[in-house]
Design a protein around this ligand. Structure first.
Ligand code: PMP
Length: 395
């Protein structure tokens, strides 16, 4: 076989993609073993039947051919209206391109702003696909580490220093954050915005969890003064409407950047299925109530898990304000996040993500997705704490 390109062979830098525990848990389920899956951000409900009805009706009405590459007018306008209402920044259809989920938006935005070899910054801990996505766009992925002691909030001075040293082109932010659940406070975002302007960075703002806010408020960096012209916002229907499998999301940004991104869509995905876009437009037209209904179980479960954790002091939850996960500090066991997750899966059939899958900063932590029914989740967390206590004693 002729050689593959280094662009693709170096996606995971020769290492792992970080999903081993998830894959192993999935294989155990396939082999008929009982596993409590607390790994990936997949809702335990399906897409609402009314959205599926809209999808079905759209398909029957003939929306099964090539859809408009930038997105249908109806969906782009619905997204623009949503963004205008939430941020106060005037956003028109021409500021929006529909993408095959947030993931395609992450790739397209890095392709758009980084020439081959340019440096793209991202904050560690990070959503596991980030470094591979950046490398896939032929950019150099440089992580900016954070500290558990600061709730994993990024330090604007550190961003400034690394941006200066590397001559970076872009900075990828994610608030509300996966995996930490942090929502960046306005002061942090304002300071980062000043750095972005001083260092002439594009900010790629991954806001796919903007409907999962448990404390405080979500602020889009695009809404800060001087930022609309250098910010590309990634949005998605996956988390807000339990539409992960539909693969529909968007990028919002300056008109000329969006025009270029539409050319990229023509060259890559050639758009998103019309019946999916019609279903997404229908879903957005229902307003915030259904989004809150989708988010509600995570809010409730988070509170219940925090109650369960409060009954012991070995496993500590990282203070978080949003998203469907909790990050737990298990360093008192003396185990790495990876060893903890692997042995918890073997001993108790409970699958959690090792912190190390999300970067160096999250070593010694595990991420728990709040994606199973309440009592089963609390039982799993209690089992996890008991397991941690035994491992700490044995250490
Ligand atoms: N960003 C973050 C932070 C995520 O957690 C995810 C999915 N888990 C995505 C982007 C991509 O989501 P999708 O492609 O389904 O929109």
């Amino acid at each position: 076989m002729p050689q593959l390109s280094t662009r693709i062979t170096s996606l995971n830098e020769g290492g792992s993609d970080g999903w081993e525990v998830f894959y192993r848990a999935r294989a155990m389920v396939a082999a008929g073993r009982p596993v409590t899956q607390l790994t990936i951000g997949e809702h335990d409900i399906g897409t609402d039947p009314t959205i599926l009805d809209a999808m079905h009706a759209a398909a029957l009405a003939g929306h099964t051919g090539y859809a408009m590459v930038p997105g249908t007018t109806a969906l782009r306008e619905a997204i623009a209206a949503r963004v205008t209402a939430r941020t106060g920044i005037d956003t028109a259809r021409e500021n929006v391109v529909v993408t095959a989920g947030g993931q395609a938006g992450l790739f397209a935005t890095h392709m758009a702003v980084c020439a081959p070899g340019d440096t793209a910054l991202y904050i560690d801990p990070y959503y596991a696909t980030y470094p591979g996505t950046i490398r896939g766009a032929s950019a150099r992925a440089v992580a900016i580490e954070t500290d558990a002691a600061d709730g994993f909030l990024p330090d604007p001075d550190r961003i400034d220093r690394i941006a200066r040293e590397t001559g970076a082109r872009s900075l990828l932010l994610n608030t509300p954050n996966n995996p930490t659940g942090a929502i960046y406070p306005p002061e942090t975002l304002q300071a980062i915005a000043r750095v972005a302007q001083a260092r002439d960075l594009w900010v790629i703002s991954d806001e796919v969890y903007d409907t999962q806010v448990w404390e405080g408020t979500h602020l889009s960096p695009r809404a800060l003064p001087g930022m609309a012209e250098r910010t590309l916002v990634i949005g998605s229907m996956s988390k807000s409407h339990a539409m992960t499998g539909s693969r529909v999301g968007w990028i919002v940004g300056p008109r000329s950047a969006v025009a270029a991104l539409i050319d990229l869509s023509t060259a890559t995905t050639y758009g998103v299925a019309g019946f999916i876009q019609d279903a997404a437009a229908f879903a957005l037209a229902q307003g915030e109530a259904p989004e809150q209904a989708v988010a509600e179980p995570f809010r409730r479960r988070r509170a219940r898990v925090l109650d369960a954790l409060a009954r012991q002091d070995l496993v500590r939850a990282i203070p978080s304000q949003g998203a469907m996960y909790l990050m737990l500090d298990i360093r008192a066991t003396g185990l790495s996040g990876r060893d903890f997750a692997e042995s918890l899966l073997d001993a108790h059939g409970i699958a959690v993500m090792p912190g190390e899958s999300f970067g160096r900063s999250a070593a010694g932590h595990v991420r728990v997705a709040l994606t199973v029914e309440d009592s089963r989740l609390v039982e799993a967390v209690n089992t996890l704490c008991g397991f941690a206590a035994r491992r700490a004693e044995a250490a």
